[in-house]
Design a protein around this ligand. Structure first.
Ligand code: DC
Length: 227
């Protein structure tokens, strides 16, 4: 029997991380935060002063990326070659660097197999932009979360504050709109819902309400039942 997979895609700041981590914990499945791969690569590229247009050097960096994810009761942490980069990972400047390296076709090709490798028993919850459309096209449930850019900027500001960082609502909104445009208009794996994805507009919903809708779908499709 094939290993079950749920994909959660959507634009920046929509709450994919919160929902995906809760789902992975409830199901007892593995969790892939594909955005973190691009974010770590963005950090590494900046540290190495690489040109974001140098696709050969960026692909080589992506191939050799030493990244480890940890999901525990306290949350998720990300290690780059043994160093905890979780704090640096969540900044908007890292998000922008990630979005830039993610638009390079050779980088996406280099990271494809690494992402597919996460699909292991008993199951996988994978979040990102192209999880349902490209990386896991046969997933048993594909969710596309959406929300207005203003609401996503508000959520992102709150998340930054919770992490002890600051950001003005206006600056975050501009950054989100800029990133949306780049992610939606790039030539490879642009952000769009897979044909068979279920789109949930979360603008006026709480996290619990979003979770309820997804858990109902999981039950209907016999992926797992939350108790
Ligand atoms: O989900 P996030 O904000 O952590 O993602 C950071 C950037 O990485 C995002 O702007 C686009 C890119 N990304 C991508 O192109 N494909 C993915 N599957 C995940 C993220």
């Amino acid at each position: 029997m094939s290993v079950p997979c749920i994909t959660i895609d959507g634009p920046a700041g929509v709450g994919k991380g919160t929902v995906s981590q809760r789902l992975a914990r409830l199901a007892g499945w593995h969790y892939l935060n594909s955005g973190a791969l691009y974010r770590v690569l963005g950090i590494q590229a900046q540290r190495s002063s690489l040109d974001f247009n140098d696709d050969v050097a960026l692909a080589a960096l992506a191939e050799g990326l030493q990244i480890q994810f940890r999901l525990d009761d306290g949350g998720a942490s990300v290690m780059l070659a043994g160093e905890d980069v979780s704090d640096e990972l969540v900044t908007e400047s890292t998000g922008t660097a990630a979005s830039k390296v993610a638009s390079v076709p050779t980088v996406r090709a280099a990271l494809l197999h690494r992402q597919r490798h996460f699909l292991q028993s008993p199951g996988l919850v994978a979040e990102g932009r192209d999880m349902g459309s490209v990386v896991f096209p046969t997933a048993g449930l594909k969710i596309f979360l959406d929300a207005s850019a203003e609401e996503r900027a508000r959520r992102r500001c709150k998340q930054l504050k919770d992490n002890g960082l600051s950001g003005s609502l206006r600056a975050v909104l501009l950054e989100i709109q800029d990133r949306d445009k780049r992610d939606r208009e790039r030539s490879v794996s642009p952000l769009f819902p897979a044909e068979d994805a279920i789109i949930i507009d979360t603008t006026a919903l709480t996290v619990d309400q979003v979770m309820d809708q997804i858990l109902e779908l999981c039950g209907e499709r016999r992926l797992f039942t939350a108790i």
